[in-house]
Design a binder for this molecule. Structure first.
Ligand code: GDP
Length: 195
């Protein structure tokens, strides 16, 4: 998809604040610093619609972006902040769980993992959670430019094994530096929303 128009619609913490719209939604999840903002900005060819490296401690909200009046990207706040309290973490978990399990407009979740490392416990939990609720998943492995091509297969197998990745899901190698995987990511998103 060639994106000409992309705007923030709302930052929501509860269902009453979700946009009243039937547009299909694609949620994006991953731990902080995985490259989620860079992924969104690469897909929509903007420098900084989605702010990069949003800092811990700031309000954790679901950010809805209208993309071409065709779909919403829903930026799910990154997990893995060491500093937030247990109460904050529980609130954050509930907000995300409510959105992921109750939003009928949600068509798929882009689950971002760092291609360089073993997936974190939270990465694996997120994948298992989505499988449990039968929510289609597109796994995007970020920062592939940091790994030599000759090791790509090894890293892909390592990540898939750790997640118990299922073949019916899509796995995309991505770099916001080289733009590798940009078209494949759009293909998967367009397929998920029936575009
Ligand atoms: P977020 O916290 O998940 O939104 O992550 P950001 O998009 O802000 O990226 C975190 C850091 O990783 C920034 O310094 C980015 O420049 C860097 N980064 C993101 N994607 C890539 C990538 O594909 N390749 C490389 N080499 N660096 C990346």
């Amino acid at each position: 998809m060639k994106v000409h128009h992309a705007d923030i619609v709302i930052s929501a913490v509860s269902p009453a604040q979700y946009p009243e719209s039937e547009l299909p939604e694609i949620a994006l999840a991953g731990r902080s610093n995985v490259g989620k903002s860079s992924f969104i900005n690469t897909l929509i060819e903007r420098k900084n619609l989605a702010r990069t490296s949003s800092k811990p401690g700031k309000t954790q909200t679901l950010n809805f972006y209208n993309i071409e009046d065709v779909l919403h990207f829903v930026d799910v706040p990154g997990y893995g902040y060491a500093k937030v309290s247990k109460t904050e973490r529980a609130k954050w978990g509930k907000m995300i769980e409510t959105y992921l399990t109750q939003r009928s407009q949600l068509k798929a979740v882009v689950s971002l993992v760092d291609f360089r490392h073993e997936p974190s416990v939270e990465d694996v939990q997120m994948y298992q959670f989505l499988k449990y609720y039968d929510i289609p998943v597109i796994v995007v492995a970020t920062k592939i430019d940091k790994i030599p091509r000759g090791k790509w297969n090894k890293h892909e197998s390592m990540i898939k094994k750790a997640m118990t990745f299922e073949k019916e899901d899509t796995f995309i190698l991505f770099s916001s530096v080289t733009k590798d995987g940009k078209q494949l990511a759009w293909n998967a998103i367009e397929k998920a929303i029936g575009y």
